[in-house]
Write a protein that binds this ligand. Structure first.
Ligand code: HAM
Length: 416
């Protein structure tokens, strides 16, 4: 009896050909602007001590209180699959003394993250992010640069239909002044026990509540934006003026609440128009207290996490990625043993020159091999037989138009 097939766990995103090429393209587009701005790669474990996230991300958040994949390892330690990247980067920066060298420490990462959320379109239990962190510099110009790097990544993919939401969560003084009034405001609302408990840890969370009655109740709540200290105001005004100078449009959203508790000062989200409920394609901000919360020195930092899965969905929704963006340049069909050897040689030379070349191995009949060429989506095809080798000349066929031209083997690179 045939054994039952095993399926992937519920709610994970996975990418197989041909779509995996589009995924890779999106990831590279999002990483490249960070590389060009001098950010260096950092590779970290996907599991960490659970305490890193309870302390770093915050217990009032859904991410920590409801969505972590936490388990005990064989040594009885509490381990959690990373739900986000910033806390781990900060842990590594402290552990490896990167905060003792040249500042800011500028790092990028890409990889899988895990949140036990209710799966739906664009929301997965294993998903992928590209992130950057710039640690150890409190200058509004780097806030603008971080935002510009994210924007350049989305632009490189070809995305257009997104907006940038921007706010400032101020410094500790700003938030302390606001908190007094916000807590007093919340105290006179009629709330259930769980909501009150959440608000006690972080009252800003109530701005993020999806229930209509809480939304209504919070309509007249005092806004942090109106409590910014002079230095926070000045910092934020500078960020805005740099973004203006860069021509990066933004919408001020003083009610924005990020899903993680470490944010302070400049905070932002990129929202795509065509993605429905899961429209956040990236977000980030400054985190003044995170390093000291994790046992390091008092250094400020700023960064972002961009959702590769969602950026890909956005690209597909906008129709900016087509499968022939990733097709091979040339498909070679060798006929016979000598032709095979010649094909290997031609392919390795053209590949060294940067072209993508496929060879039809396996001695298939010409008709079948042609079908394979067609399926591969390659731009051009050549058939290589004894005559072609003797004359050193091939018929280069453009697959889309069907037009052919006679080309010397030596001149293939130019012809492609
Ligand atoms: P985040 O907003 O929680 O921030 O996640 C960043 C992005 O990851 C989101 O905008 C979204 O595109 C994607 N994302 C989050 N959860 C899911 C999911 N379940 N399925 C698919 N995509 C998802 C952070 O993680 C911060 N660490 C970003 C940061 C870095 N802030 C400062 N530095």
């Amino acid at each position: 009896m045939a054994k039952q097939k095993i399926q992937a766990p519920k709610g994970v995103s996975e990418y197989v050909p041909p779509r995996s090429s589009a995924f890779e393209f999106v990831r590279e587009c999002l990483i490249n602007p960070a590389r060009k701005a001098g950010y260096l790669p950092i590779e970290l474990p996907v599991f960490e001590d659970t305490e890193l996230f309870t302390r770093g991300v915050g217990e009032s958040t859904d991410v920590v209180s409801k969505e972590m994949y936490t388990f005990e390892d064989r040594g009885g330690r509490s381990i959690t699959l990373r739900p986000e990247g910033t806390a781990g980067v900060m842990r590594a920066v402290i552990e490896h003394g990167l905060d003792r060298g040249q500042l800011p420490s500028k790092l990028w990462y890409a990889g899988a993250f895990f949140r036990a959320e209710r799966p739906q379109a664009g929301r997965y239990r294993q998903f992928y992010q590209v992130g950057i962190e710039a640690i150890g510099l409190d200058d509004p110009a780097i806030d603008a640069e971080v935002i510009a790097i994210a924007d350049a990544g989305f632009k490189a993919i070809g995305l257009n239909k997104y907006r940038l939401d921007l706010t400032s969560l101020g410094d500790a003084h700003s938030r302390a002044a606001h908190r007094i009034d916000l807590v007093a405001f919340i105290a006179q609302l009629d709330l259930d026990e769980a909501t009150r408990a959440r608000a006690a840890i972080n009252p800003l969370r109530l701005f993020d509540d999806k229930r209509p009655e809480i939304r209504d109740a919070m309509n007249n709540a005092p806004l942090l934006m109106d409590y910014l200290s002079d230095s926070s105001k000045q910092h934020f005004a500078k960020v805005k003026s740099y973004l203006d100078a860069l021509g990066i449009a933004y919408t001020l959203n003083p009610k924005m609440v990020r899903g993680l508790d470490y944010y302070t000062g400049t905070t932002f989200e990129f929202v795509h128009e065509l993605l429905g409920a899961q429209s956040g394609i990236g977000g980030g901000g400054r985190y003044d207290g995170l390093m000291s919360e994790l046992g390091g020195q008092e250094l400020s930092g700023i960064g972002f996490g961009l959702g590769i899965d969602r950026a890909l969905l956005a690209a597909e929704a906008e129709g900016v990625i087509t499968s022939d963006s990733f097709a091979s340049d040339l498909f070679i069909i060798p006929l016979g043993d000598l032709a095979k050897e010649k094909a290997l040689l031609i392919a390795s030379e053209l590949r060294a020159a940067g072209k993508t070349i496929e060879i039809a191995f396996g001695d298939r009949a010409l008709k079948g091999a042609m079908k394979g060429a067609d399926k591969s989506g390659a731009r051009f095809v050549i058939v290589l037989g004894d005559t072609e080798i003797t004359t050193q000349s091939v018929e280069l066929k453009e697959m889309k138009t069907g037009s052919t031209s006679s080309v010397k083997i030596d001149s293939l690179l130019g012809a492609l």
